[in-house]
Design a protein. Structure first.
Length: 387
């Protein structure tokens, strides 16, 4: 990264002052922290991580099984209630919540390897699959590896705009992006399909950087998963309700729509509100462990709320903590959020958090702004706090 200034100021509130006898080189991208400060920050976060790992056990297993039991109960109740036409809204609501829990609190977290320590094949990241059209193996590559390794590095992290949207001034503007709001709406409505097709890198095929032949190994798994989900939601279960088939078909489609909208909003609010930083490839060359941690903190945002919000979001309402500790059970994020926030305050770093409606408005503002040429120059992230 580029050294920009020497900071000889002392932070009177903390022990994270600049050490002028050792490393006084700072970088505005990292809020003026020296290499020594960043190393100490990394050590503090490593200590939290090790403490969590040492404490993993039956409580985590019991929580996961409790959520799975609730999810399966809601799915059974929802599908059974489709046989009672007056209960259609309740059936849709139950099935919607079931699909959200399956994708957010169970599927996403299990496939991150958060529960591999249990040794239970049912919750092993290599064997688990979720109720969505995206094959688990493909998602784990694009998400667990690409996104979590290169978080918010423009040009490497394809989750910056999902290959469809312009969400950062470093993305070169093209007249195509005038449709940003429309593309965002369609991605929200068909989010599971957007995730499923993400690995095909259609934008790189259009740009000539990738060929259709390169995607050939992906097609069999993708087609199998699409066939499986389509038969389940739009053929088998509707057919089982006989003359009520149209109502059941509509109910399943509505539940998928609700899940898509919820997942899109939670994920976008964790990655794209105002104040979330992005990075260039050059800025992250030869990145240290501490700098990786710092990039995760600056490149993420949380959503404030209660236990229900956290469960329904798969604890991605704690996106900052998730990016710091992606392979640790998400149920642990609330218990360390206070420590992470205190570390941010002590080092003079932003802890970007706010209620869902505020983060959504912020994301929408960026979607509309970056539909047009230019955009505000990138600066260090600003502090966003809850009221």
């Amino acid at each position: 990264m580029t050294d920009t200034k020497t900071d000889t100021k002392t932070d009177t509130k903390t022990d994270t002052k600049t050490d002028t006898k050792t490393d006084t080189k700072t970088d505005t991208k990292y809020h003026g922290l020296t290499a020594d400060q960043i190393e100490r920050l990394g050590q503090e976060l490593d200590a939290i991580r090790q403490r969590l790992i040492a404490d993993l056990g039956e409580a985590d297993a019991a929580y996961l099984r409790k959520v799975v039991k609730a999810q399966r109960g809601l799915e059974i109740a929802g599908r059974a209630l489709f046989y009672l036409p007056p209960a259609w809204p309740i059936a849709v609501a139950a099935l919607s919540v079931s699909k959200i829990l399956d994708n957010m609190e169970i599927g996403h977290n299990v496939m991150h390897g958060q529960y591999d320590f249990l040794g239970d094949p049912a919750f092993n990241s290599r064997m688990f699959d979720w109720d969505t059209v995206c094959p688990g193996e493909q998602w784990k590559y694009s998400h667990n590896y690409i996104h979590h390794t290169f978080t918010n590095i423009v040009g490497k992290d394809r989750d910056v705009g999902y290959g469809i949207l312009r969400m950062d001034p470093d993305q070169k503007w093209h007249p195509y992006y005038l449709g940003n709001p429309v593309y965002a709406f369609l991605l929200m409505v068909f989010f599971q399909w957007g995730v499923a097709l993400h690995d095909l890198e259609v934008e790189n095929i259009v740009a000539g950087k990738r060929s259709m032949k390169d995607n050939k190994p992906l097609y069999p798994g993708l087609l199998r998963k699409i066939r499986k989900q389509t038969l389940k939601d739009y053929v088998l279960f509707p057919a089982l309700t006989g003359p009520l088939l149209p109502l059941t078909l509509a109910g399943n489609a509505t539940a998928n729509l609700v899940r898509n909208i919820w997942a899109f909003n939670i994920i976008f609010c964790g990655h794209f509100p105002a104040g979330v930083a992005t990075f260039s490839v050059e800025e992250t060359e030869n990145e240290t462990r501490g700098q990786w941690y710092l990039r995760q903190m600056l490149g993420s945002a949380n959503i404030s709320g209660g236990p229900l919000m956290h469960t329904m979001s798969g604890n991605l309402s704690h996106q900052i903590e998730h990016h710091l500790f992606p392979d640790l059970p998400a149920r642990r994020y609330p218990e360390v959020a206070g420590e992470v926030r205190e570390i941010c305050e002590r080092y003079g770093l932003p802890y970007n958090t706010g209620p869902l409606h505020r983060q959504l408005l912020s994301v929408a503002g960026k979607i509309f702004r970056y539909a047009l040429p230019g955009g505000p120059s990138k600066t260090a992230a600003v502090r966003v706090t809850t009221p």
